[in-house]
Design a protein around this ligand. Structure first.
Ligand SMILES: [Zn+2]
Length: 149
């Protein structure tokens, strides 16, 4: 039995005991055994009398939250950092472009301050969105550093 087939059959079981070949697979595959155990624990909790008889769905849904896998980010931490450095590199290289030199020749240096302010706002906004959308990952990185309590 493959893991895919095991998980499809596990969904269909709705908490009933594993069939013979499923139990054999769970004995040799720790990942599928964990999935079966987690589903069984979630269903046991879900069927507790005080939860099952509740008219309000909120406690029933809240009871299942620990068993739901965390959502995955669409853009990884690494891609955010690489993109940030690409944007920053573009800003640093901007004054070296021929167009920038032509603008400076035509308008003098009056446009450089507003341009620097706009570029500063862009990178600050990017950094703000990055930090606020990755707070949990960044906190984990800081906590796991040796030397920090
Ligand atoms: Zn498996």
């Amino acid at each position: 039995m493959t893991c895919d087939r095991f998980k499809r059959l596990l969904d269909a079981l709705e908490g009933a005991e594993l069939s013979g070949d499923m139990a054999e697979h769970a004995d040799v595959c720790p990942e599928c055994a964990r999935a079966a155990a987690a589903l069984k624990a979630a269903l046991l909790l879900y069927r507790l009398p005080e939860l099952a008889s509740s008219v309000d769905l909120t406690p029933r849904v809240l009871a299942l939250i620990p068993f739901i896998p965390a959502p995955r980010r669409i853009v990884s931490l690494r891609d955010w950092i690489v993109s940030g450095f690409v944007i920053l590199g573009g800003m640093v290289l901007l004054p070296l472009m021929a167009t920038f030199g032509a603008l400076r020749d035509a308008y003098g240096t009056r446009f450089t301050l507003p341009l620097a302010i706009v570029l500063g706002l862009v990178i600050t906004t990017y950094a703000g969105v990055f930090v606020s959308s990755h707070q949990d990952e960044l906190a984990r990185l800081v906590k796991s550093r040796p030397g920090h309590a």
